[in-house]
Design a protein around this ligand. Structure first.
Ligand SMILES: [Fe+2]
Length: 335
């Protein structure tokens, strides 16, 4: 009798431990991200503390994370793919790697929700022209980036970053909206102005702008705001609404079809679309939130004003545009 009770107690204990194990396992999710640790880690730490859901993060570039998911296939430990560019998410959608997201989640984003419904935007950056206000008056600058090559007075005074991903997104967008011939013409027109290339470093380029080595620079909006925050006078020129020079660059995330932890993954996605996380994007790194009514730092313009600036392209197809842009840039001898 005594022996039987002991066995029963042991069995109950064993099953409780097993249950705890299962619970602990299901309370962990894994994120693959192409975004930087400085951005992702503080958000993930706060989410963990608030929900008790442990988040494992694997960092790399979008391309590295994409290769990892493709190699691991349905055995991938990743539950969420959090990408730097919509192009990567577009590729994952096309290969049927991501789940369709609920409309509750998709409806939180005010703009740029893809037709595939397989990923949701998390933040937005915009292409702009930075300028040195001591040398340039904004009225000297063109309303369209396509007219920039006409500014012969800026010969040798323009900075750009042909190797940088967002610049290639932009060149890809010129070709997709205006055709390859126009993109080629723009690149060769720009070359006659002998722009200075800064590899992939926008920070180095804006440092040169600050130091007076160049007068204008094609960049992303948040780089300018970081210099302004550091106390350096630097202007942001916005091209006219809908101009390709104001292209939006969308970051976002999706849940993998192979994930067995969809509920917790959805919790994190929902949390990233709530005001606290959204305001972290804008407050810390000056990216635009995607939700309505987020409180923005005074250096950011109202979101509605920014959203109308970008031309509408199919952000899911961005990787195809980038392939084309790289071909055009190689032909022009720029990369
Ligand atoms: Fe950047």
């Amino acid at each position: 009798m005594k022996k039987q009770i002991t066995i029963t107690i042991l069995a109950i204990l064993a099953s409780s431990i097993a249950l705890l194990g299962v619970q602990a396992q299901s309370n962990e999710i894994t994120v693959y991200t192409g975004r930087g640790k400085g951005l992702v880690d503080p958000l993930v730490q706060t989410f963990q503390a608030e929900t008790g859901i442990k988040v494992n993060v694997r960092y790399g570039t979008d391309a590295q994370m994409l290769a990892a998911v493709q190699e691991e296939g349905t055995k991938s430990p990743a539950d969420i793919f959090w990408a730097n560019t919509s192009g990567t998410l577009g590729l994952l959608s096309k290969s049927n790697t991501l789940n369709t997201l609920s409309s509750t989640l998709l409806n939180k984003a005010t703009s740029f929700v893809p037709e595939s419904k397989r990923w949701v935007p998390l933040s937005i950056r915009f292409r702009v022209l930075a300028y040195n206000p001591a040398k340039i008056k904004p009225e000297q600058l063109p309303t369209s980036v396509l007219d920039l090559p006409k500014l012969t007075a800026l010969k040798g005074r323009i900075g750009w970053t042909p190797a940088y991903a967002s610049f290639q997104d932009f060149v890809g967008a010129i070709a997709s909206i205006h055709g390859d011939a126009k993109a080629k013409e723009w690149l060769s027109g720009m070359k006659t102005l002998e722009p200075k290339a800064y590899g992939t470093s926008n920070t180095q380029m804006l440092e040169a702008l600050r130091a007076g080595e160049i007068d204008v620079a094609l960049t992303n909006h948040y780089y300018v705001l970081r210099f302004v925050k550091a106390g350096y006078p630097m202007g942001t020129h916005y091209f006219q609404n809908g101009d390709v020079g104001s292209l939006a660059l969308v970051t976002g995330a999706g849940v993998l079809r192979s994930s067995k932890k969809v509920a917790n993954a959805t919790k994190l996605m929902t949390w990233l679309l709530a005001p606290k996380a959204q305001q972290f994007f804008s407050g810390e790194i000056f990216e635009y939130p995607v939700i309505k009514n987020a409180i923005l730092p005074s250096t950011l313009l109202p979101l509605e004003q920014m959203l109308i600036r970008s031309p509408k392209i199919d952000f899911d197809k961005l990787s195809d545009y980038v392939d084309n842009a790289q071909k055009l840039l190689r032909e022009a001898g720029l990369i």
